[in-house]
Design a protein around this ligand. Sequence first.
Ligand SMILES: C[S@@+](CC[C@H](N)C(=O)[O-])C[C@H]1O[C@@H](n2cnc3c(N)ncnc32)[C@H](O)[C@@H]1O
Length: 341
Amino acid sequence: MTALPPTNDDSAIWDIWLAQFRLPIVNTAIEVGTFKALSDEPLTTQELSAKLGVDARALAMHLAALCPMGFVEKRLGKWRATHLARTWLHPEATGFWGAFLSQIDRNEHLRGRLMESLRTGKRPEQGTDQRPAGWENGTMPQEVAANIAAFMQAHSQAPALGAARMPVFGELSHLMDIGCGSGVYGIEIAKANPGLKVTLMDLKEVAFEASKYVEAANLGSRVSTTAVNMFEQEWPRGADGHFFSNVFHDWTEETNLTLARKSFAALPSGGRIFLNEILMDDDYTGPYQAAAFSLLMLIGTLGKQYSLAELRDVLEAAGFVDVEAQRTGGGYYSLVSARKP
Ligand SMILES: C[S@@+](CC[C@H](N)C(=O)[O-])C[C@H]1O[C@@H](n2cnc3c(N)ncnc32)[C@H](O)[C@@H]1O
């Protein structure tokens, strides 16, 4: 028996690591009083955040994870605790599980970060998972860049294979993969589209790591790397497609608007922008994987997982039209696309 090559679907692995959020999310909700408040009356996210004294944006992410777990439901914009939650998670219920669940939760680090970000709405200042700090500074030691590339390569192999199958890339001549990490997306899209030229763009140190993956894939004749700080420098011209995977989820709507505007300015008329992301449902009630991933973004970055409606607002504000999205078959990912008129 030997090792097998990756496929486009590793969702079983994602389910394992995203499962770590389930218990801390429930314990955090018990501690701030979510189930009691939503058993008393139906409330909007804003009303609930005011009642609990927590941040509304972070609360929306928590509720979106509790909903697919079956503990809250949303009807006509108002949240309610479900029968399940009122039976087992209400602090005054005879069947209350809280004393057990809080003591059995071994992940104090995660729970502490979820609680702090729920109260403040911000990423906790201190902690061990400071991975993005390197790229937020715009520069990093080469060793940190190597770790980021290896981390993202493992995380992105299956979704990259899924994205690469999307026929739309066959309509392009030159794709720029912006914030490319290890370059796995650009590399797989190039492999699937032999006529396509690909430029992998990232900060200097990460672009250097990506060049090693290009070399290993033997694609040097069609895939190149370029070192560009996407916020501070001019973007290279000439590509008729810009591809961002897991980039918009690192940043606020305001920063994403800056990126979308820079993309719009650099693309020719008819050029396409692509955002490869795990999307929240339109009504922000799940699915669980997107909501848990969003909480990882809340505690580790400045962003979150967005719904298509939220991304459409940003893309249209930058001037793009024809915004749409499709699941790619690459795990839980969807490809959002839009066009410069
Ligand atoms: C979450 S990773 C995504 C990597 C890859 N697209 C993927 O999905 O596997 C975000 C990437 O954005 C890059 N990045 C962050 N800030 C950047 C900047 N100012 N200019 C260029 N790239 C940047 C990071 O170095 C990192 O590779």
